[in-house]
Design a protein around this ligand. Sequence first.
Ligand code: HEC
Ligand code: HEC
Length: 329
Amino acid sequence: MNALIKPLFKRGITPLAYAVLLGASAPLLAADAAPAVTQPSVIPAMAALNAALLTGATFTPPDPASIPKDEFGQVVQLGRNIMFETKKYAPEYVGNSLSCVNCHTDGGAMAGSAPLWGAWVSYPAYRAKNKKVNTYEERLQGCFRFSMNGKAPPLGSEVLVALQAYSYWLARGLPVDEKVAGRGYPNVPEPALAPDFVRGKAVYEAQCAICHAANGEGRVVNGAVVFPPLWGAQSFNWGAGMGSIANAAKFIYANMPYGQSYSLTPQQAWDVAYYMDGQERPQDPRYEGSVAATRAKYHDNKNSLYGTTVNGVLLGDTGAPKSFKGNKS
Ligand code: HEC
Ligand code: HEC
């Protein structure tokens, strides 16, 4: 099977994604041919690629088919469902069209894609983001507030309990160790040239737009998100980790284009990360009343383009955050 669509088949979304891909990108699927990009020489055969390579990970999380059928297993299964279909299983806390799995591939099981097992054994931990020691539950809350542009589920709520149960189940057998191989997104070498919007746009158009669309909105088929939005109203907000160019470059290098991990050069990954993070998205929920004040307090570093002018747009200049309504029907 084509290396590109194989990972899609492992996922629930496959038939839709496959249909969209066939319609949109027949040439891409024509053969098991390597993509037209220069690959770093360390890279093995395309068919074997996934984010776990180059991370040194040795841990294999359990097969989801072995989730027990008892009361504990039902909560683990709910946690897994929330990862894959966040809006469906945690509607009152989600404010965009993303699901956790879009950035934590394989439902948080894949090394090199910020796996939940790597996270589980790493908390409580100090975080510079909020200048305190965070419990694992508090870390989960952060991804709802920023990456999902939503609302943090209360501590002890069914949603957070389920995500913790699933993370614990995935991590069984792993020693407590914040440096566990495969955690987070693997490092991408520093770029030779400073990341650049125009070069990034060229990478985007050649390698990303086919799935995520030219305007970054992604693709929705019959109400299901087949390819997630990278910017705009339905994507992560300005407070999210993916809004850091360095984080985005790491994620993209190891995970994108989907099914072709590590096929971009590091320079291409940085350039396209800059292009993606140089687009407008929902306001930072920590908004301080002005773009300048919000930049000064939360974004004053070279990895955030918030509050800077890119391609003629003062990024983040969209007023106060919209009040959160959630998706409860
Ligand atoms: C837009 C992308 C995106 C989405 C969607 C997203 N996350 Fe994350 N998440 C990140 C990034 C980026 C990090 C930071 C990774 C790092 O620091 O290496 C992260 C970190 C985490 C961590 C801590 C990982 C660690 O090793 O410390 C957990 C746990 C987590 N996310 C859970 C979730 C859950 C649960 C959801 C869905 C409710 C979710 N995330 C949705 C991008 C995302
Ligand atoms: C073959 C289709 C395809 C291509 C090409 C592709 N992606 Fe993706 N992308 C996906 C899918 C599918 C996901 C969600 C992964 C999942 O749910 O397991 C995703 C997720 C993402 C995410 C995290 C979720 C979000 O919406 O923020 C980012 C960032 C991203 N892609 C960036 C890129 C970039 C940059 C490129 C080009 C270098 C690219 N992608 C090329 C299919 C693709």
